[in-house]
Design a protein around this ligand. Structure first.
Ligand code: ADP
Ligand code: 5GP
Length: 188
């Protein structure tokens, strides 16, 4: 039976970089594209990184019960996992990879229990997080501040995850992550 692999982390920890690497390994995995009401960044495309919705469209879909879970991650910035997306991937016989915030991660793990592996990507420090966000250069200074402010709170969720992966050295972290995911999806 196909399974779910959930990734959560404070913004800037390197979660997207790890997920991107995982999806290139030729494993039977597919990324669950979330919906969001935030604006697209850089080269992001509708239907690839996210389904970009207006806040009104997002609320309409909440009312219709289309989300497995959703969160207002930052003020007015909604993010949610569509039931249709997860069901489609599972029905196609693939394992689902989710990139969600910490609360969403804990919620999806509760719904799918042993069918899901929840991974928390831990940054080495808040200082390093700031440097990575500044270097990434995709967010305005006030957005970076908001994300850093939230990071410590998010880190308090780590013990609720099945596995904590410290993303200090990327090569080490990616090897540990790949081994963990392989073991989980190959274990019947
Ligand atoms: P997230 O998805 O958690 O917000 P990203 O994957 O976008 O984070 O990573 C944030 C930035 O940090 C990116 O510029 C990425 O290249 C860089 N990065 C990721 N992992 C490491 C690492 N282990 N060491 C140094 N920089 C890293
Ligand atoms: P970003 O704006 O950097 O793409 O994402 C901000 C945060 O929203 C990240 O922590 C990301 O994991 C989270 N996120 C993305 N999609 C979802 C989702 O469907 N549900 C929840 N709860 N969080 C999400």
């Amino acid at each position: 039976m196909p399974k779910l692999i959930i990734f959560s982390a404070p913004s800037g920890s390197g979660k997207s970089t790890l997920v991107c690497y995982l999806l290139q390994q030729g494993l039977p995995l597919q990324f669950s594209v979330s919906a969001t009401s935030r604006e697209a960044r850089g080269k992001e495309k509708h239907g690839v990184e996210y389904y970009f919705l207006s806040p009104a469209e997002f609320r309409e879909r909440i009312a219709k019960g289309e989300f497995l879970e959703y969160e207002e991650v930052y003020t007015d910035k909604f993010y949610g996992t569509l039931k249709s997306e997860v069901d489609r991937i599972l029905n196609e016989g693939n394992n689902v990879v989710l990139d969600v915030d910490c609360v969403g991660g804990v919620n999806i793990k509760k719904i799918y229990a042993n069918r899901a592996l929840s991974i928390f990507v831990m940054p080495p420090s808040i200082d390093e997080l700031r440097q990575r966000l500044e270097k990434r250069g995709t967010d305005k200074p006030e957005v970076i501040e908001a994300r850093l402010k939230k990071a410590e709170y998010e880190m308090s969720f780590a013990p609720q995850f099945d596995k904590i992966i410290l993303n200090d050295d990327f090569d080490r972290a990616k090897t540990e992550m790949l081994k963990t995911v392989r073991n989980f999806i190959e274990d019947n």
